[in-house]
Design a binder for this molecule. Structure first.
Ligand code: XIL
Length: 360
């Protein structure tokens, strides 16, 4: 009796394993995933098969960031990035580079001299040029495009007062795009940020695109990171896609995941330095997600992918920030030690119900 009742459930799981996001969207846009070095070097057969079958694009979750590729001035480390690219090549996947200029995960030497004093504008520009030339130059021909500047805009639409901004001034953004293009004229260049459904950030991003174009600089696409929650306003999110497309640039979701956990304040962000103390009540699904919450996520994802499909002529890539729930950064952000369920595949590497739905 029990066996009979369980049958439809198993049948559904079996079917879910057969579907492929990569194949389903191949005529519309790339389906990407962010991967880490454990997945590249170990990962196991099931993980490797999953990455290959489900994703047509990969991006490095961490190993191409400044702190990883140039931890010490003039000491470059490309081993991880090279291995990642080899891995992607075996899987016939497109690689994009993440990221060149960002206020986070950039070593402090970048901004200071050997006495710990902040450097001047010229030194900072030289360091930026050297970093971009060397990194983009190394991966030339192997990556399709770069997140050139990451997270330069604040929630209110003003430019973030990062060290790059403080030391160089607002033209650091133009300079970064200029250097990236000089280093690899064939690479696509992207501006990437979170909370892109926020109208103030949308407007500021449009100003940024226009400013780059006005100065004759290349910008191919806007990366909407898309660290979403179930309360994300999809109307506003869609309006941003439309607004960017109107500027004549492509649109990508570059770091998509949909958290099912409560955010502790009313201002959500993906600024990685944000953290809150652990509280049991903020970790409601540590022993498994409820059917009710799974249904909510299924509905949300179906709505989201309807939007992507509707705008597929303007969208070039939808990249998830991770492969499966177990490897998502959301288990530790913005609160350490929670159990989140934000990605297409569960901790058992099986597809979520919504994966089958959107493929259909
Ligand atoms: C995150 C990684 O997933 C973590 O492993 C790391 O500890 C911190 O950074 N915006 C970005 C990504 O552009 O690079 C960040 O990735 C998540 C927020």
């Amino acid at each position: 009796m029990l066996m009979l009742l369980a049958l439809p459930f198993f049948a559904q799981r079996m079917e879910a394993q057969q579907v492929s996001l990569r194949d389903a969207f191949q005529d519309k846009f790339l389906i990407g995933t962010a991967i880490n070095m454990w997945q590249v070097r170990q990962g196991g057969e099931k993980m490797h098969n999953l990455i290959k079958k489900q994703y047509s694009a990969v991006v490095a979750e961490n190993c191409m960031k400044a702190e990883a590729v140039q931890p010490i001035e003039n000491i470059f480390n490309f081993k991880d990035g090279d291995d990642l690219i080899e891995f992607a090549k075996r899987n016939n996947q497109v690689v994009t580079g993440h990221c060149l200029i960002w206020h986070s995960q950039t070593p402090t030497w970048f901004f200071t001299n050997d006495k710990g004093v902040q450097v001047d504008r010229e030194t900072m520009i030289d360091r930026m040029r050297k970093h971009i030339y060397t990194v983009v130059g190394h991966f030339k021909g192997k990556v399709k495009g770069w997140d050139v500047v990451n997270e330069a805009i604040e929630q209110d639409g003003s430019l973030r007062r990062s060290k790059f901004y403080d030391i160089i001034g607002e033209d650091y953004i133009r300079l970064a795009f200029q250097f990236a293009h000089e280093a690899d004229p064939d690479a696509e260049l992207y501006y990437n940020d979170y909370s892109m459904d926020n109208p103030a950030k949308r407007e500021a991003t449009i100003r940024l695109v226009r400013d780059l174009k006005k100065h004759g600089l290349r910008i191919d696409a806007i990366g909407m990171q898309s660290h979403l929650g179930l309360d994300t306003n999809l109307k506003q999110y869609e309006q941003s896609i439309e607004a960017y497309a109107k500027e004549g640039v492509k649109v990508m979701a570059t770091e998509l995941e949909v958290s099912v956990l409560p955010w502790p304040t009313d201002q959500q962000t993906a600024e990685i330095s944000t953290n809150f103390a652990y509280q049991e009540k903020l970790n409601p699904f540590k022993n498994g997600i409820t059917a009710e919450m799974q249904t909510k996520q299924d509905k949300f994802m179906v709505e989201l992918f309807k939007i992507y499909k509707k705008h597929s002529k303007d969208i070039t890539r939808i990249t998830f920030w991770g492969v499966s729930d177990g490897d998502s950064w959301k288990n530790d952000f913005p609160i350490k030690g929670r159990t989140d369920y934000p990605l297409p595949f569960g901790r058992d590497l099986e597809a979520k119900p919504w994966v089958k739905k959107i493929v259909d």
